[in-house]
Each structure stands twice: as C-alpha cells, then as structure tokens.
Design a protein. Structure first.
Length: 301
C-alpha cells in the first residue's frame, strides 16, 4: 500500500523542483471557530496550496450516510468539490494541518477509500515545513476545474445500528482524550462517557510529541498490538467525537502495516444523541444486556 505520509524533505524537493501534478491542500481547522482555518491560510500557507474546510468541504450538514456532527458528503458531491479545487485523477495530493495530522487525515481517508491512492499527509504539518526552511506565501492559486473520478459508494464504514449489534465482537477504538473517554468532562456532546466496549486510544499516542510527527512503523505496530487492535481479535472500528480524528488511527494502522480499520462515521456525537447506553470510567466495559438481548433476538431485559 502507498505510504500514507510524506516527509518534509521530499515535499520540499517536489515543490522547489516544480514537479507537475502535485496538489497541496491546507486542511487547517479549529473546533468551535468557524472560518479560523481560512484565516490562517490567508495569513500564510505552503506555496501552491489550496484550502479546504472540514465543515464545508469534507462533511455534509444534510447528513448523507450517517448522522453526527461531521457526516460524510455523497461521493459525487465530494468528487465535484475536490475537482473544483483543482484536484484531478493524475494528481499527487498532499494534505497538511497544524495539529499533528488528524484533520488532514480526513481528506487522506476520503480520497483513499474512494480509490484515489495518490494522497499523503505531510508528517509534522506546517510546523515541520517551517522548521525545514520551507517558504510560506499569501498568494492563492487559481486552478482550473479538474476531472476526478472516484467510487460512488463509501466503504470501510459502519453505522450505529450495525455497530450496536456487534459490540464485543469488534475491537472499538475511541480516539478522544482520556478525560472525555472517562466521562470526566464533555464540552460538546450531551452525555459524558464512551461507547461500551470502546478502548481508549488518544491520537497523541501515535505521535512522537503532541502536534508532531508520527512514530515509527514498529512503534505504531507495538501500540496497536497492545490495544488488541492488530486484527487478531477481530475487525477494528475507529471512532472519536465526530469521525475526524478517528482517521488518524487509519493512517497509523496503515503505516504500521496492519489491516485498515472501519470508521464509525457518526462516532460519539451520534451515539450520545441516540439514547444508547454509555459507559464511564477508565475501563471499556461490556455490551449492555439490552443490546445483547436485541442482537440475540430475545425479549430478555
């Protein structure tokens, strides 16, 4: 499988040599601050980069495919949006952000899962670029509309109804920070806690330091084996608050040479609004009996 990451020295070489068919995408975004990513982009970005917005371009408020705070757009709408940004079939797409890659991972996954495998996330993001002497610019490129042909259905996804009947038979990872997982705080969603059986795996654990570069493939493989998420205990499902940072694990698992995970698109924002049982504390917990009974087709309470 193609490497999900590109190192800054390689991208510097591509940019400075004027390599054709390289499309750099600025994915910066700030939770609770609409438009902040576009403001940061306007203040300075990688040469030739276009900006895409998580809320407007990488999600669909109408809720196609799944509920939750960041439901996926239809593949056709996504392909049209990316083609409008100048991304075409033959382009090598490089996505970056300023938070260790978890926003850029959303674009990486969406293109990859729909069949465009010439895509990578800049390891270390814009900070690595600056540290390596990379130039920033305020010039915004004007690119012609491209032709981009993608698959017409999302794959490697699961919805709440399917997940709830399979709790305990799939390895469910929760990418949120530990205090939110334990239910000690919940700044966004209506109920604090986690989906029963979910194992806490904050995305920062994939990085050498918060906001920095990814750990080595061997280190990542060790981490996911310790979590039981190497495929040996069944399919791995990743979730988070709204189906964005969960995809950091998709990159990490790919980098580790382990099977690609399944994304619970709605994630905790969907689960917590549905009236489903919620667990608290540091332990994953067990499938609630109400869900076990339902899955078994019994009337047992």
């Amino acid at each position: 499988m193609p490497d999900p990451l590109i190192q800054v020295d390689e991208l510097l070489r591509l940019v400075r040599s004027g390599a054709p068919n390289v499309r750099i995408v600025d994915c910066r975004w700030v939770l609770g601050e609409p438009g902040a990513g576009a403001v940061a982009y306007a203040a300075g970005h990688l040469p030739g980069a276009v900006h895409v917005d998580l809320d407007a371009d990488l999600a669909d408020p109408s809720g196609y495919g799944a509920p939750g705070r960041h439901p996926l757009p239809s593949p056709a709408a996504f392909a049209a949006s990316m083609a409008g940004a100048g991304i075409g079939d033959g382009d090598f797409v490089v996505a970056y952000d300023d938070v260790g890659g978890w926003v850029a991972a959303r674009l990486w996954w969406m293109l990859d899962v729909l069949g465009h495998d010439r895509v990578a996330v800049l390891d270390g993001g814009i900070d690595a670029w600056i540290a390596a002497g990379g130039e920033l610019t305020v010039e915004e490129p004007v690119l012609p509309i491209a032709e981009l042909h993608l698959a017409d259905e999302w794959s490697r996804v699961i919805d709440r109804e399917s997940l709830r009947t399979r709790l305990g038979s799939m390895v469910l990872l929760d990418a949120r920070a530990a205090p939110r997982y334990r239910g000690e705080t919940e700044p966004i969603d209506p109920v604090a806690g986690h989906i029963p059986t979910a194992r806490n795996a904050p995305v920062d654990g994939n990085l050498v330091d918060p906001g920095g570069r990814f750990r080595s493939p061997a280190e990542l493989a060790d981490r996911f084996r310790e979590l039981g998420a190497d495929g040996s205990a069944g399919p791995v499902v990743t979730s988070c608050g709204s189906g964005v940072s969960a995809l950091h694990h998709a990159i990490a698992l790919r980098r580790a040479g382990l099977p690609d995970p399944i994304l619970y698109v709605g994630s905790y924002s969907d689960w917590s609004r549905s009236g489903e049982p919620v667990a608290t504390g540091p332990d994953p917990g067990f499938p609630p009996m109400s869900l076990v009974s339902e899955a078994a087709g019994t009337d047992r309470p």
